[in-house]
Design a protein around this ligand. Structure first.
Ligand SMILES: *[C@@H]1O[C@H](CO)[C@@H](O)[C@H](O)[C@H]1NC(C)=O
Ligand SMILES: *[C@@H]1O[C@H](CO)[C@@H](O)[C@H](O)[C@H]1NC(C)=O
Ligand SMILES: *[C@@H]1O[C@H](CO)[C@@H](O)[C@H](O)[C@H]1NC(C)=O
Ligand SMILES: [Zn+2]
Length: 511
């Protein structure tokens, strides 16, 4: 009896030590590191290069159906049958499994944790490992289980860091680079009292003073109630606080709130740029007015600003560019806005590539998750991507080429005219009525170019993105890899010591 008990207790302890479970950060770190090293076997050692900079272009909700449909839209807009999206021409591609620890169909917070921190997390949680449940109010638990992001690691190693988003700067994806919290909804306040824990907006302004570029929407999370659209109940004005902090530290900074102010910025005169262009998320690309009265910049204009500031650092930089509204439009079943935002996102990628080239910068284009979106109508190439299938359904009713499985587009009558479906705010039909479409659980693509991108291969866990960026830029736990310049200095100094030693030996032998 006693023997059995000892046996089982020992078995349990050994099991816990050597076999991590998905809630443990080590489970994902070990697994991902192993697959990364496995990928190295397929690339000659001389071909594994260090990246000075790395940019992650994150198309929120940009699953394969979105990419394929946007490509068709681009072909129809340009009239060029062979046209592809810019990143489809890149050499290296892998497939990413996006599920959260607890939900097979993930959300943007849990997935951001995977590609920013290299560990998978629970649905709705940001920058904390799987031991923290969604909406936990246990501050100690959060503090004990923070998952350091590659952006934080890059800052420590002397690189510059920034992000660009068309959502609020406190939204799940950009927050994935800096926040450590149990719920993506704790953007400008916490539902519990504990001085050690801060909401997402405060974590950005107070804990990440090294961030050099922060561009997006979300003004209401930074301003006190009663001021403009402010929603903070603690009376803080975090924009003022940020500017005071910058001034105290003698930094060259600028705070901008309009497109005009952004475009008037001299990037040689400032090193820190905070832009907040709307109360909440920014507009869809197709909602922007194409003249000087528009107050919101395009994603391309923001990306250009970010790259021009960050590239001044000789040690390099890490940047996240999020095409956030691809997802927000899909949630509304509005494919017109979604696909046009995807093309605007592609334009930002091309802009960055044209400024930086592909020698020093690793660029990865991926999505956090897919969507309930399908391109399953059956029409000729000549038919508008937003048009009707070439044959009606069993009841003689027309249906569109683009359809959703869930969302607000549900309509039991299913009677639409050709004019109705061509309206920008038309909601494509969904099979299941919901206020907001659900995400898709299907795997997403990751397209890469530049140093390190040749390790982008196979079907991987989404944590692979973080590990590959960390590995290629030689930061964090991958700082001493053989391809890292730091390591070469080590080899060089060893040779130098050897030469000195031998020359002394020779001198002694002559004496
Ligand atoms: C504005 O219009 C010009 C000229 O038609 C075009 O080249 C440009 O791409 C447009 N910009 C936006 C943001 O739509
Ligand atoms: C379906 O669309 C075709 C082409 O636009 C049109 O001729 C036809 O009348 C439509 N059918 C219905 C039932 O609306
Ligand atoms: C369904 O479609 C019909 C015809 O286009 C429209 O009149 C009606 O308002 C729609 N119903 C809902 C709930 O959107
Ligand atoms: Zn979403």
């Amino acid at each position: 009896m006693k023997f059995l008990l000892i046996f089982f207790v020992t078995f349990y302890i050994v099991n816990r030590i050597f076999c991590a479970v998905p809630e443990d950060p080590q489970y994902w770190r070990k697994l991902t590191k192993k697959t990364l090293y496995y990928s190295k076997k397929f690339v000659h050692a001389n071909e594994i290069k260090q990246a000075k900079n790395a940019i992650l272009f994150l198309g929120d909700g940009m699953g394969f159906p979105s990419i394929s449909a946007a490509r068709l839209l681009k072909r129809q807009l340009t009239g060029n049958y062979g046209e592809n999206l810019a990143f489809e021409k890149w050499d290296n591609v892998a497939v990413m499994k996006t599920y959260n620890i607890d939900f097979p169909v993930p959300d943007s917070a849990g997935t951001a944790t995977a590609f920013c921190s290299g560990v998978k997390a629970n649905y709705g949680t940001i920058g904390v490992n799987g031991r923290v449940p969604f909406k936990s109010t246990d501050c100690s638990l959060m503090l004990e289980n923070g998952a350091e992001t590659i952006y934080e690691k890059a800052l420590k190693s002397g690189k510059s860091v920034g992000f660009v988003t068309t959502a609020s700067v406190t939204d799940a994806t950009p927050a994935g680079t800096y926040a450590h919290i149990s719920s993506r909804h704790f953007e400008s306040g916490l539902p519990f009292e504990d001085k050690r824990c801060k909401d997402i907006a405060r974590q950005l302004v107070e804990d990440h003073k090294g961030y050099q570029v922060m561009l997006g929407g979300g003004r209401k999370h930074f301003l006190p109630e009663g001021k403009e659209s402010g929603g903070r109940k603690d009376g803080r004005n975090l924009f003022e606080q940020w500017q005071e902090d910058m001034k105290k530290q003698n930094k060259r900074y600028k705070f901008v709130s309009t497109r005009k102010e952004l475009l008037a910025t001299d990037y040689n005169k400032i090193d820190y740029l905070f832009g907040s262009f709307s109360s909440s998320h920014m507009k869809f690309h197709k909602e922007l007015k194409n003249d000087s009265s528009e107050t919101e910049p395009t994603i391309t204009e923001m990306t250009e600003a970010a790259v021009k500031i960050l590239k001044k650092n000789k040690k390099g930089f890490l940047l996240l560019v999020e095409g956030a509204k691809i997802d927000k439009a899909h949630h509304l079943n509005q494919a017109y806005y979604s696909l046009n935002d995807l093309l605007a996102f592609e334009n930002a990628i091309m802009k960055a590539q044209s400024i930086l080239g592909n020698k020093e910068t690793l660029m990865i284009v991926t999505a956090d998750h897919s969507h309930s979106f399908t391109h399953s109508g059956n029409a000729l190439f000549t038919e508008d991507v937003f048009g009707f299938s070439s044959y009606p359904d069993k009841e003689g009713k027309n249906f569109t080429n683009l359809i959703y499985s869930t969302g607000p587009g549900y309509n039991s009558s299913r009677e639409f005219t050709k004019e109705q479906i061509k309206q920008p705010d038309y909601k494509q039909l969904s099979a299941v009525p919901l206020d907001s479409a659900t995400h898709g659980g299907d795997d997403v693509g990751a397209f890469g170019i530049g140093p390190g991108s040749n390790l982008l291969r196979g079907s991987q866990e989404q944590t692979y993105v973080a590990h590959l960026m960390e590995f290629s830029t030689c930061i964090g736990e991958y700082a001493n890899e053989p391809h890292c310049s730091g390591c070469k200095i080590l080899i060089f100094s060893k040779i130098l010591i050897l030469i000195v030693f031998i020359s002394h030996l020779i001198r002694f032998s002559f004496d």
